[in-house]
Design a protein around this ligand. Structure first.
Ligand SMILES: Nc1nc2c(ncn2[C@@H]2O[C@H](COP(=O)(O)OP(=O)(O)O)[C@@H](O)[C@H]2O)c(=O)[nH]1
Ligand SMILES: [Mg+2]
Length: 323
C-alpha cells in the first residue's frame, strides 16, 4: 500500500475520509454505543487525525455555552472554516434525557455541509464519556473538520475533563461571578486558556472581566501565556470575533513555543494509561468470575491460611497481568 493510500482501509473509514456525512453519523452512533466492531475502523483512521484544532468550551450549566458556540460556529462559517461540534449534554436527573434546548439551537446549522453537530448523552457509556468523546473528536478530525469544539459542563456533572481532549480550553462564566467562583471547581480555573464572560449585556460584566484578568495574571506566575479574558453576548451577537481571536492567539502560542506536540504527548499518555487500566480491569473481573483456582485462593484467605497481599501477588501472576 502506498503511504496515504486508502485502498486497504475498511470501507466505513474510506467513506468518512471521502466526506460521506451519513457514514460519519453512523460511525459516531456506533462509537457512542461502544460497539466493538467500530474499533478496527477507529484504529485505521487514527493516522489521519491530529490536524484539527480541538477547542473545549466549559463552564457551569446555563452560562450560555451552547449559545456562544452557536454564534462562534456562525462566525467561523463566514470565514469558510469547517467546524465539528461535540456537545456533551448533562443528563436531566429526572428523565435521563438530553436537554432539548441545546439540540434545537444546535440543529439550526443542519443544512450546512461545513458543520457537523453531535450531542452526546453524558450517561450510559460503558467505556466512559471521555473515551467516546475523544473518539468522536477524532472522527470529526478525520472527516476534515478544521476546528472541533467540545462543549461540556465543568462542575463535576460530566466526567469529561475538557483539557484531556482540547488544545485550547475556554472557560465561560457570567457576570454574577461571586456565585460562579464559589460553585466552580478550582480546577476549572487552572485549565482556562481563555476566559469568556458571556451575558455581557447584563450588569456587572466589566467588573467580572477585570476580576478575572487579575486572577489570570496572578495565576500565570510569570508564564509565557496569560489567559485572555473576553466579553461576549451570545444573545446580542457581540464579542465573538474577539473570542475567536483569543483562541487563535493561544493556538499560535502553542505553535510558537513548540508546545502542541508536548501537550498532545501528555494527553495521549493519559489516554493510553486509561485504556490499559480498562483492559486490566476487564481481564481481572473475567478471571475472577471464571477461574476456579482464584476461588480456591479466596477460600485460603478466608481460612487465614493465606494473606490478602500474597493472594494479590498470586492473582497478578496467574492472570498474566504481570509478565
Ligand atoms: N442575557 C443573555 N442571556 C444569554 C446569553 N447567552 C445565553 N443566554 C441565555 O442563557 C440560557 C442558557 O443558555 P445555554 O446556551 O443553553 O447555556 P449552557 O447550558 O451553558 O449551554 C438561555 O436561556 C440563553 O438564552 C447572553 O449573552 N445574554
Ligand atoms: Mg449547553
Amino acid at each position: 500500500m502506498t503511504r496515504g493510500g486508502t485502498a486497504a482501509l475498511p470501507p466505513e473509514a474510506r467513506a468518512v475520509l471521502a466526506g460521506d456525512r451519513a457514514a460519519l453519523a453512523r460511525l459516531i452512533t456506533r462509537t457512542e454505543n461502544d460497539d466493538p466492531t467500530v474499533d478496527p475502523i477507529l484504529r485505521a483512521l487514527y493516522p489521519r487525525t491530529g490536524r484539527a484544532a480541538v477547542v473545549g468550551l466549559t463552564g457551569p450549566l446555563g452560562v450560555g455555552k451552547s449559545s456562544v458556540l452557536n454564534r462562534l460556529v456562525g462566525h467561523l462559517r463566514t470565514e469558510g472554516v469547517r467546524v465539528g461540534v461535540v456537545a456533551v449534554d448533562p443528563s436531566s436527573p429526572f428523565s435521563g434525557g438530553s436537554i432539548l434546548g441545546d439540540r434545537i439551537r444546535l440543529d439550526r446549522a443542519a443544512g450546512d455541509d461545513g458543520v457537523f453537530f453531535r450531542s452526546m448523552a453524558a450517561r450510559g457509556h460503558a467505556g466512559g464519556v471521555a473515551r467516546a468523546t475523544r473518539e468522536v473528536v477524532r472522527l470529526l478530525d478525520a472527516f476534515g473538520m478544521q476546528v472541533v469544539f467540545v462543549e461540556t459542563v465543568g462542575s463535576g456533572q460530566s466526567d469529561v475533563e475538557v483539557h484531556s481532549v482540547a488544545s485550547t480550553s475556554v472557560v465561560i462564566v457570567v457576570p454574577h461571578l461571586g456565585d460562579e467562583v464559589q460553585s466552580m471547581k478550582a480546577g476549572l480555573f487552572e485549565v482556562a486558556d481563555v476566559f469568556c464572560v458571556n451575558k455581557s449585556d447584563l450588569p456587572g460584566a466589566d467588573v467580572a472581566a477585570r476580576y478575572l484578568t487579575e486572577l489570570a495574571q496572578l495565576g500565570a506566575h510569570g508564564a509565557a501565556w496569560v489567559p485572555r479574558v473576553v466579553q461576549t453576548s451570545a444573545t446580542q451577537g457581540t464579542g465573538l470575533p474577539e473570542l475567536w481571536a483569543a483562541v487563535r492567539a493561544h493556538e499560535d502560542y502553542l505553535d510558537a513555543h513548540d508546545l502542541r506536540r508536548s501537550d498532545e504527548r501528555r494527553r495521549l499518555s493519559l489516554e493510553i494509561q486509561d485504556l490499559v487500566r480498562e483492559r486490566v480491569d476487564r481481564r481481572l473481573s473475567e478471571a475472577w468470575t471464571r477461574d476456579p483456582e482464584l476461588r480456591r485462593l479466596l477460600d485460603e484467605v478466608v481460612a487465614r491460611r493465606e494473606d490478602p497481599h500474597s493472594a494479590a501477588d498470586r492473582v497478578v501472576r496467574r492472570t498474566g497481568l504481570r509478565s
